[in-house]
Design a protein around this ligand. Sequence first.
Ligand SMILES: [Zn+2]
Ligand SMILES: [Zn+2]
Length: 336
Amino acid sequence: MFARLQEVFESAWTKPLLGLATILSCTTPAWSQPIPGSLPAQWTIGASDCAASPQAPLQVYSYEPQTFILRQSPCVDPEANFLYLLVGSQKALLIDTGAVADPAKMPLAQTILSLLPLKNGVRLPLLIVHTHRHRDHYAGDIQFASAPDVQIVAPDLAAVRAFFQFDYWPEGVAHLDVGDRMVDVIPTPGHEAAHIAFYDERTALLLSGDLLLPGRLTLEDTGAEKKSVARVIEFLAGRPLAHILGGHIERDMAGHTYAQGSTYHPNERALELSRQDLLTLPVALNSFNGFYASHENYSITHPMHNLLLLLFAVFALVAMIVFACRRCWKRRRQRG
Ligand SMILES: [Zn+2]
Ligand SMILES: [Zn+2]
């Protein structure tokens, strides 16, 4: 194990990193006090009749002066994604671009670019990354296609591995320096093969994408998910953690999950989850029956298993109907 750690460490040092290094986190330095921030009591929750209740497509909330949380209105897209803009002294980092490509419906690029501070009269460069390769997390990329000083890292695994120099994916942690602000990037496949989570050292926020959120934790690969959760727990041990902020809110304050496609989130619960939610997730995953389980702040589901179960049920039902019809037909023939 030690030889492997050393090998990873040396390979990280021998590359021209320019503020980006991939090393295993095996030390626990004394962490400085994170910058505190605030969260709203209520996010934009859409409407039961969106046409009759016109509202802003994008809510911008300043967690602290250099950290912005953006919520896409459920009326514009039921996924109602949360996006995160972290501003450093050299560049800004946008994590996810949300579910809407059309700037007429969701003025994302215009909003983000207007939030970037000027340095020597020039807007800070913007780096766009994604928690994972699901369309509701990257559909807005297209809006930045012609914007100057914007770099977009594609959400596929090859691009993520190459950009963050994850030579031993899904092991290792990448460190992204945006100027007096370090953001750690942790591989977290399981919900999707290229999923990554971000830990902002300035605020001690864990931006968990769809790995952990107050709603449905949908699994693509349960084994990978278990390892990812263990990896994040290990990374956070000894580090401060202000909140865990995911990509969606899908539950109300009573713990009920909104229906898929809902444009209205009445009585919506808070976005933030705690270290305790993360620490109890391995137990929840180990006891998962492979189809569905509900817990205090989230539910776990495996869509492929549920689809296979549904197909099996349909097949069994058709087989029973055919069997019953054949028996019926045989009896009639015998009577005749
Ligand atoms: Zn997803
Ligand atoms: Zn999502």
